[in-house]
Design a protein around this ligand. Structure first.
Ligand code: FEO
Length: 174
């Protein structure tokens, strides 16, 4: 019976499981960005709040892309439970440090999945995930540039105000 069920999908059990873990990680990233946006909003950093809200939307779209891929291949995508999202951050800068750390974690996680895909010869999923690896170049770039603003502008005086004002200019040009 189990084998018959597996015939409905070309995804191996292992790849389906790690894709579901990635779905959860993207959902967690989305929820964390939302919390970062809220923190920035509460502390008067309106542009940074918008920056994080937009990131939250992007992460949700990543989650959905993976979710649909699993279902399109006949697999069982699991709507993730997300908990333990930090609601408070120690400083304005720390929200961006956490954001970069989160993006690096996501890149490593996708790299690990691609690695597994090659090992089990699931080239379809490896090719599908190439889009995510390209996306991560942009996401890490933007997170690094945003964080650099803290060093370039400095936080003293009107520094934080200027950082917030310039945050939306951190675009990836490819
Ligand atoms: Fe979807 Fe920024 O990782």
């Amino acid at each position: 019976m189990k084998d018959l069920i597996r015939l409905r999908t070309s995804l191996s059990e292992e790849i389906e499981t790690i894709l579901n873990e990635q779905i959860k990680l993207e959902a967690k990233s989305s929820a964390t960005y939302l919390a970062m946006g809220g923190w920035c909003d509460r502390n008067g950093f309106d542009n940074s709040a918008d920056f994080f809200y937009a990131q939250a939307e992007e992460e949700r779209s990543h989650m959905l892309k993976l979710y649909k891929y699993v279902t399109d291949l006949g697999g069982r995508a699991i709507s993730p439970e997300v908990n333990n999202i930090p609601q408070e951050f120690t400083s304005f800068r720390s929200t961006f440090e956490d954001a970069l750390e989160q993006e690096i974690k996501v890149t490593q996680s996708i790299n690990n999945i691609v690695d597994r895909c090659h090992k089990v010869k699931d080239y379809t999923t490896a090719t599908f995930l190439q889009w995510f690896l390209n996306e991560q170049i942009e996401e890490e770039y933007v997170a690094r540039r945003a964080l650099e603003l803290f060093d370039v502008i400095g936080e003293e005086g009107v520094g934080k105000y200027m950082i917030d004002k310039n945050i939306s200019k951190t675009k990836y040009k490819g």
